[in-house]
Each structure stands twice: as structure tokens, then as C-alpha cells.
Write a protein that binds this ligand. Structure first.
Ligand code: DC
Length: 245
């Protein structure tokens, strides 16, 4: 087996995809988490919503009464993070210090705080090793902003999903409504636009497609259409190494 920076590039990888990581990047509401989760399920692989890591840091700062604009405070919380993304009978859930915080992490105050703390280089550095631990025991899909550019730049197959901003805003409205999380529509839309701008314009690991990422515009596509396309690309790249369910 020939490995390049930890990833399988040829040879007899085990059938569970060990050595393969597929980055799925994109802005909020692009559909990256939805798709990465479904595909991880189909392959029996691991899944990490890397945004949840930044959200967890943002939440820790808020709950400790700190200021998300204070880089030292953000770096301190990131360095001490005890986080786990685990599959449960209720789907993939995020745990912070052993507590299931999946729903809490979606609150608007946490979205805003996470976007601020994620611009701090020391925070990003502290979370790198955790993310790079994925893909060793079985294949993994990681969604985020910089998985294909910074965390796993050597991945052979990567996706970058995007969609029209108005469509992304309405998807986020629906998601929060479904989860029965209270929100102010105007404030939420303004926050998402501000977050987009901050994520794209920050100096460290800005949101951008890797040069070799496959772009997918999800604006007017159904989940099934996107799934068929992504599975087709995965089979083309890794067909002999994977088992689809
Ligand atoms: O994907 P999300 O909306 O849950 O991400 C929350 C914030 O975390 C987002 O504003 C940017 C940041 N983030 C990041 O900087 N890098 C990642 N790989 C994932 C998320």
C-alpha cells in the first residue's frame, strides 16, 4: 500500500475505507452537512462536522462569560476543549465535556461567536490535530470551510458546495423552525451575511474552494440529485476501495 501523508493513494486499502478522507466544504446553508452525513451513513464511515468544533469553542467562551472578540480567551478555550462527534440512535450528535450540545450549538448567539473565534489562528491550530485524527480507522467525511485547503489538502477527492445566499438563508430559517429554536428572521439573515463575509475575508484559512475541489451549486437541486452526483464521483475515484450500503 502506498500512502501519501497518511492517505491511501493506491493498493489494497481495507474495505472500510481506512486512509480515505473526503472533504466537503462550503458556506452555511450550502447543504454540506446534510450531504456529508448521508454519504458517511451509506459508506459506514466516520463523520465530523468541523463547524461544531468552532461552535463549541464559541459556546465555551460565552458560557464562561468571556468575549468572543478576545483572541486570548478563544485560544484558551480551544486548547482545553473536550469534544466528541458520536453516532447515536438519534443520529450524529456533538458532545462537549460529555454533554450533548448538538441543539445548543445551533443557537444564533453561538453561530456569531463561532465565526469570531474561528478567525483566531491559535484556535485553528489547536483544533487541527483533532481533525487530522480522522480517516485512520475507517474512511471519513469532514465538512467545513478549510478541510480541502488546510486540514486535508492532499485528499484525492474533495467537494465544495455553494448556493444562492437567499436560498441558504431560507434553508437556515427552516432548519431552526424544525428544531423549534427561537430566532429573529431579520437578525438571522443579517448574521448569516456577516458570517459569510467574515469567513471569506479572514486572513487565516478563509472560506474558498481548493483548486482541485469539485464545485457543486446546490441552489436548485434536490438532495437525491446531489447525492447521485457525489456518489458517482466517489465511485469513480475510489470504486474498488469502498462498500456502498
Ligand atoms: O459550518 P458552521 O456554520 O457550523 O460553522 C460555524 C463557524 O465555524 C463558521 O462561521 C466558520 C467556522 N468554521 C471554520 O472556520 N472552519 C471550519 N472548517 C468550519 C467552520
Amino acid at each position: 500500500m502506498v500512502a501519501r501523508e497518511g492517505l491511501v493513494v493506491s493498493g489494497q486499502a481495507s474495505r472500510n475505507g481506512a486512509g480515505i478522507v473526503i472533504p466537503v466544504d462550503g458556506p452555511a446553508g450550502s447543504g454540506k452537512s446534510t450531504m456529508a452525513k448521508i454519504i458517511a451513513e451509506r459508506l459506514g464511515w466516520d463523520y465530523l462536522e468541523s463547524g461544531a468544533l468552532y461552535r463549541a469553542v464559541g459556546l465555551k467562551v460565552l458560557e464562561s462569560g468571556g468575549d468572543p472578540d478576545n483572541p486570548d480567551e478563544a485560544a484558551r478555550q480551544a486548547g482545553a476543549l473536550r469534544f466528541e462527534c458520536r453516532k447515536t440512535p438519534d443520529g450524529w450528535r456533538n458532545f462537549l465535556d460529555g454533554e450533548d450540545v448538538t441543539d445548543k450549538l445551533r443557537e444564533e448567539r453561538v453561530s456569531d461567536s463561532s465565526s469570531k473565534v474561528s478567525a483566531v489562528p491559535a484556535v485553528r491550530e489547536a483544533l487541527l490535530a483533532f481533525q487530522r485524527g480522522y480517516g485512520r480507522e475507517r474512511g471519513a467525511l469532514l465538512d467545513g470551510r478549510d478541510i480541502g485547503t488546510v486540514v486535508f489538502p492532499e485528499a484525492r477527492l474533495k467537494f465544495f458546495m455553494d448556493a444562492d445566499i437567499e436560498i441558504r438563508i431560507s434553508r437556515r430559517f427552516n432548519e431552526l423552525r424544525e428544531k423549534k429554536i427561537d430566532f429573529d428572521q431579520e437578525k438571522m439573515a443579517a448574521n448569516l451575511r456577516a458570517r459569510d463575509k467574515r469567513d471569506r475575508e479572514r486572513t487565516t484559512a478563509p472560506l474558498r474552494p481548493a483548486d482541485d475541489a469539485i464545485p457543486i451549486d446546490t441552489s436548485n437541486k434536490t438532495i437525491d440529485q446531489i447525492l447521485e452526483y457525489m456518489i458517482g464521483e466517489i465511485c469513480r475515484e475510489y470504486g474498488q476501495l469502498i462498500d456502498l450500503r
